[in-house]
Design a protein around this ligand. Structure first.
Ligand code: COA
Length: 115
């Protein structure tokens, strides 16, 4: 069944996560963690983390009717060669999900479309 999900978060909410591996490892998959840890700019880390969180919450909304349960770390929101986000997930492999993420200095927003 087609569906849509959206989420918006304040970047500030994730400030305390930046230097706390235990905290950011509950949100990011291993692949995402490696990318996150490669960023040296705290602002880029913050928007990356908040953007991933928003994308995953949007996905939860989009697939909620399916009853499938998963943890954030079971989803990888990666970027293609043009920078566009896409989902990699064994758990949700039977779904076709389109993603879009944007951030400002203060907020991150994401939308997930279940086709
Ligand atoms: C893509 C673009 C519109 C992003 O706009 P922006 O105002 O800088 O940033 P926003 O906050 O709105 O969006 C950032 C998010 O857009 C997404 N994004 C980046 N490139 C994208 C693309 N080509 N298509 C779709 N989404 C894209 C990413 O998810 C990114 O967040 P993330 O890196 O944390 O995952 C802008 O960078 C652009 O016009 N780039 C030039 C076009 C292009 O394709 N460049 C790549 C050359 S191969």
């Amino acid at each position: 069944m087609k569906n849509i999900g959206i989420d918006i978060v304040k970047l500030e909410r994730f400030r305390s996560f930046l230097e706390n591996e235990r905290k950011y490892s509950r949100i990011l998959s291993e692949k995402e963690r490696r990318i996150f840890e490669s960023f040296t700019s705290p602002q880029r880390r913050l928007e990356y983390l908040a953007g991933r969180f928003a994308a995953k919450e949007a996905i939860i909304k989009a697939v909620s009717a399916s009853g499938i349960r998963f943890d954030y770390v079971e989803l990888s929101v990666l970027n293609d060669e043009k920078g566009a986000p896409y989902l990699e997930s064994e758990k949700l492999k039977s779904f076709e999900i389109l993603l879009s993420i944007a951030h400002t200095e203060d907020d991150a927003i994401a939308i997930a479309l279940l086709k």
